[in-house]
Design a protein around this ligand. Structure first.
Ligand code: ADP
Length: 411
């Protein structure tokens, strides 16, 4: 210690020139010299620390560790930072602890070993660190919160987009339906005006002529024209019934009545009525071996379906052709086929044939509304049946209808 006292001027001169605290201990850990920065840092007067054990500057919790550290340090003396990676604390005179950083410099003087410690009070640094840490933590919290908010917003936006897409789809569908409806209306009006014109002008002509045949012996002529009028009115009535039936089918209002009825009775009726429309040389063939067959179905619909198919076969075939009605009776179903040798359906029109008001390109010279097939398809579907066709232009068509048969107890 005396060595330092003797050289105190040099020590003071050197140690006061640096900004760090300087503290020198001998090998027994007794403080032999301090500079004023160290005294100030720990709260001691000049020279007050001299002769004290270093423990006075360490918090009690550090004593044990420090002892071990010193023993270790003497085994391997070199210049280094103390307790690198571990937080060090000093103890002020007023018992306040504060963080510090220490660099150790061993040296020998006149045969004695010393360690000079360079001490920096890092209270401010630690405070800054703590503040930064707190700021970071706050920032992280904020980021987390914002991320959650953002995720929620994205989810909401996605939901909104989905809703909008579906609304847009609905609007598009509605628009498309509206457009289709308008097209149908136009088609309907042109069909009605066209289809009504011919019978109405027929009625007009016949009615005018009836008025002209005044003589008693002209009764035959009057009867002929009256028959024409009745026929045309019937035709108008059928067209109107068809239009109304489309509406009923569309609204699902059709009611079906299942009864047991004689198959041959219906076939005879349908063929009888169709025969009246035959062109010259046309003939309808149909099975004769169905006398005793009773089936359970909606008789009116069976009649309607076969009437439509036979009328079409007649209408779209030329004179001297054969129309064949075939029946296949199974246990659970009945299959009707109507085969003609007529104009056929152009391939490009085939996929539209069951659409409302659709008429094939080659059919326009014949009167028609494009309703019949659409209606019977609707009925057949409602009854769990089906309709299909095979057709070749200028060769003929085969329409096939399948209908389920209810069992004896069913309805
Ligand atoms: P319409 O005969 O009153 O026009 P349909 O609904 O009965 O109406 O038939 C739709 C269309 O299908 C017809 O306009 C015609 O182009 C075609 N078609 C139906 N049956 C036949 C057939 N047997 N031969 C050729 N074309 C047919």
């Amino acid at each position: 210690m005396r060595v330092f006292d003797q050289n105190s001027n040099i020590f003071n001169l050197l140690s006061e020139a640096v900004s760090e605290g300087i503290l020198v201990v001998n090998k027994d850990q007794i403080i032999v010299a301090t500079n004023s920065r160290t005294n100030e840092m720990f709260g001691y007067e000049t020279d007050e620390l001299k002769g004290s054990s270093l423990d006075i500057l360490l918090p009690p919790s550090h004593h044990e560790f420090h002892k071990k550290h010193v023993a270790q340090y003497h085994k391997n003396r070199n210049k280094r930072r103390m307790a690198h990676g571990r937080e060090l604390f000093g103890l002020r005179k007023n018992k306040e602890q504060f963080p510090l950083e220490i660099g150790l410099n061993p040296f020998s003087l006149y045969g004695n070993s010393y360690v000079m410690a360079l001490i920096i009070d890092i209270t401010d640094v630690k405070e800054r660190e703590r503040e930064i840490h707190e700021l970071n933590a706050n920032l992280e919290k904020k980021i987390k919160k914002r991320t959650v908010e953002l995720r929620d917003t994205v989810a909401e936006l996605k939901k909104e987009i989905k809703l909008r897409v579906s609304a847009e789809k609905k609007i598009k569908n509605a628009l498309q339906k509206e457009r289709e409806l308008n097209e149908l209306k136009t088609k309907f009006l042109s069909l009605v005006s066209h289809e009504f014109k011919t019978p109405l002008s027929g009625i007009m002509t016949s009615a005018t002529l009836v008025g002209k045949y005044k003589k008693e012996e002209q009764q035959e002529k009057r009867d002929k024209h009256l028959k024409t009028i009745i026929g045309e009115v019937k035709r108008l009535n059928t067209i109107l019934t068809d239009f109304l039936s489309i509406e009923r089918l569309r609204e699902g209002k059709e009611v079906y009545r299942f009864t047991d009825f004689s198959l041959s009775k219906v076939i005879n009726e349908v063929v009888y009525n169709s025969n009246m429309l035959l062109k010259i040389g046309q003939r309808i063939t149909y099975p004769q071996n169905i006398e005793d067959v009773i089936i359970r179905q909606d008789e009116k619909i069976v009649n309607l379906v076969l009437t439509n198919l036979l009328h079409n076969a007649i209408k779209y075939s030329s004179e001297d052709t054969l129309i064949d009605l075939k029946i296949e009776l199974g246990t659970n179903q009945i299959i009707f086929s109507v085969i003609d040798q007529g104009i056929g359906i152009p391939e490009k029109d085939q996929r539209h044939i069951f659409e409302r008001y659709f008429r094939a390109e080659n059919a326009v010279l014949n009167s028609g509304t494009g309703i019949g097939l659409h209606i019977i398809k609707g009925h057949l579907e409602n009854l769990n049946g089906s309709i299909s066709f095979v057709s070749h232009e200028n060769k003929g068509s085969t329409f096939t209808v399948t209908l389920p048969l209810a069992d004896a107890n069913g309805s």
